[in-house]
Design a protein around this ligand. Sequence first.
Ligand SMILES: *Cc1c(COP(=O)(O)O)cnc(C)c1O
Length: 445
Amino acid sequence: MTRALTRRRFLATASAAGAGLTFGAGPLVAAGDEKPALLGGRPARKGPFPSWPVFDETEEQALLKVVRSGKWFRGYGNHVARFEAAYAERMGAKHCVATASGTTALYTALTALGVQAGDEVILPPYTFVACVNVIMGLNALPVFVDTDPETFQVDASKIEPAVTDRTAAIMPVHLGGNVADLDAILAVAARRNLPVVEDTCQSHLAEWKGRKAGTHGSAGCFSFQASKNLNAGEGGAVLTASDEVGNECYAVHNHGRGRAGATGSGYARQGLNFRMTEFQAAMLLAQMTRIEEQACRREQNAQYLSGMLREIPGIQPARMYEGCTRNAYHLYMFRYDNEAFAGLARGAFLKALSAEGVSASGGYSPLNKAPFVRETLRSRGFQRLFSKERLDLWAERNQCPANDRLCTQAVWMTQNVLLADRTEMERIAEAVRKIQKHAADLARA
Ligand SMILES: *Cc1c(COP(=O)(O)O)cnc(C)c1O
């Protein structure tokens, strides 16, 4: 932070003197010297950010080995079992069940924990669409609890008032690599005797009080889809400390058939096929050799960037709760207050940022207001499962004003941006300062 401050003063001085300056790997443009790229100036940075995924011969050889073995199914090969053991150990969990995706991991965990048609499941509205689809796919009612805009995570203080006699699970999401307030969530769950399914699809290696996110609740679900920080194209996993939940998850993901020895060879329960392939597991074992170094790099760059962005009026990087001892930075998220930018709309800010060579997005729209959610609740099946009174009350209570506002202010950059050189973080901050300086002109343009 001292470094950021010093650098700011340095830039201000250099800018006042009208000096061109060089810093780090290439020329940097000081705020004020140059017009925004959108108004004809030189962009703050050029070229793409590091590409994703990262791979070499390690992945190629691993995949080739599986192809040549002819053992492509977990029942024939051992890669999936090896990945499960390695992932459980890396995360500090007792059991791991690998699945086809993060979506099927969530479906498996909720099913194993007893969520059924007619139940209610609590979730945040600031999350990926899969969360609500899994709940509604189980014919349960998704009950949205508002967001804490400071952290972008669920507002844990609002969970307990949302619990009813039909609540069957609480599903917090550790969004963007950050960690939801697990102490508060686990306390409500204990008071109300409810299972907690941690959606950790965006927070591999994140920690709460020194223990990995995804190992605090009844189950933790992960995604290895192409955009995620651990990537096999598609894939997922459920972690749990409970033998019983672990065995149930295994059976749910394997046509209802339990682990050899656990339930015999018969069909112990109703289940589906959500199994991971040997190809995915081989890729994951190879990619796992890279995740610690990548996580460190993202963390260092994010902290450096936050130090600089926090100095800019109207920019508020997502805060972490005190218990969050490691942020996995799947996304770099901040709030943009256009009042500090001469009223420049967020969309125009994103456009100006993109012209500076910094691609960013506005993130999620309010999931609780998505028309397909209402449509689903109006369907014949839901009308049979839930009384009119309950659905009317749901509609009346389905208000998340803090989340609505956050959805208008959020700005995201994807994790690969944080894999760039440290000097690129300076250029990103420079781009934002430049836009702020010329915000009035940009707003008129
Ligand atoms: C990606 C993601 C999922 C779904 O994972 P898939 O592997 O794409 O099915 C669920 N929840 C969150 C928060 C995610 O980011």
